[in-house]
Design a protein around this ligand. Sequence first.
Ligand code: ATP
Ligand code: MG
Length: 445
Amino acid sequence: MRLSRYFLPVLKENPAEAQIVSHRLMLRAGMIKQQAAGIYSWLPLGFKVLKRIEQIVHEEQIRAGHIPLLMPTLQPADLWRESGRYDDYGQEMLRIKDRHDRDMLYGPTNEEMITDIFRAHVSSYKELPLTLYHIQWKFRDEVRPRFGVMRGREFYMKDGYSFDLTREDALHAYNRHMVSYLRTYERMGLTAIPMRAASGPIGGDNTHEFLVLAQTGESEVFYDAKVPELKLGDREVDYDDRDAVAAICDEFTTLYARTDETHDEAVFNEIPEERRCVGRGIEVGQIFYFGTKYSEAMGATVSTPDGTRVPVEMGSHGIGVSRLLGALIEANHDDKGIIWPEGVTPFHCGIVNLKQGDAATDSACNALYKALTENGLEPLYDDREERAGAKFATMDLIGLPWRITVGPRGLGNGVVELTSRRTGESEEMAPEAAVARIVEIYANH
Ligand code: ATP
Ligand code: MG
């Protein structure tokens, strides 16, 4: 993409309404525009990152054997009357009437609808296990929408629903989700710690939240200093191997890590003092095993091998796709702007032309652009008639991890400059070498 032809409405001034850095930077970098409290338009740069995050979430769900579908945002109230949640959900639910005076709602979540799909089409244990998920907009009329996309009213969520015959099978589905989530966050360059959570109104006795450590997080967290060091890395995971999947879950959940809701001071104090950490975290996902709560209420039963019928065992598992943009920026920024991890960056690298209109510099930039594109990468070429300082400031603000700077002086010596956004370190090299380096960097992303 050429910046002169792109739509990147960056703001020079700090927007007064933004209280935290990620909100401020998303507005300044022209990623989002607020349309009403907690409701945003996703401008091209923000939309691009949202789609990259969504893609990673899809890939890891599919890898775990989960199946994508798409349910609507609007739901009939009658489904929620069956589960009893139409009255329980309270003011967070946006209630709507259609022209025939029928009660509708904008879905805050989809347990009822997926249970309705299940009961209509599945009736035998032979069709299990089954996990269906979608990535769809949700609406929750939060009392205090704030922090930009972190606590919106309209937000984008991946929600998956597992169906199994037995509790044991359902717990395997739970573990599979835990491991797939760990992989998902790691691919984005994030450390998200599974913490035991309280089950709340949704019910159920097995649930973990995934928290990204950040000062601005809304949850207070207590954890062993060794927990954030745990990494999945590039180990192979066989999602059908129950013991192997359970072993990974044990590895990540045995050390102490809890939110204030489940914190137990006595257990916490058993950790050696120097490892006891208290901080704040952003909830970027949650997994639940809740058994037959919805299947019993809504009559979603399956036949068993001995010929009886039982309510299907369920769990629901969510990732805050739009909230992740905020969490990623909270975890990756400096005074100058965002620093995207390679896994989610909107463009793979920036090209800065220091002397727009100079034939040799223009043609070197075009050649770099072409070479990167031919290698399947997407560069953002700043071809505007602007001062170098302004071009650098824009690149730093929008946070592309790599920048190639091209000017007549360097070209005279046959070199361009490759700069890392994260370290600020620059290296001079031939244009072909810069392309090769960037291709190599992204080979694993
Ligand atoms: P919270 O405690 O932050 O209100 P929740 O526990 O009610 O969230 P879940 O039902 O667990 O939310 O939804 C799954 C994920 O969706 C959450 O882990 C979070 O990342 C995301 N999410 C929930 N509410 C919002 C919101 N208002 N804005 C953006 N993302 C949200
Ligand atoms: Mg939650």
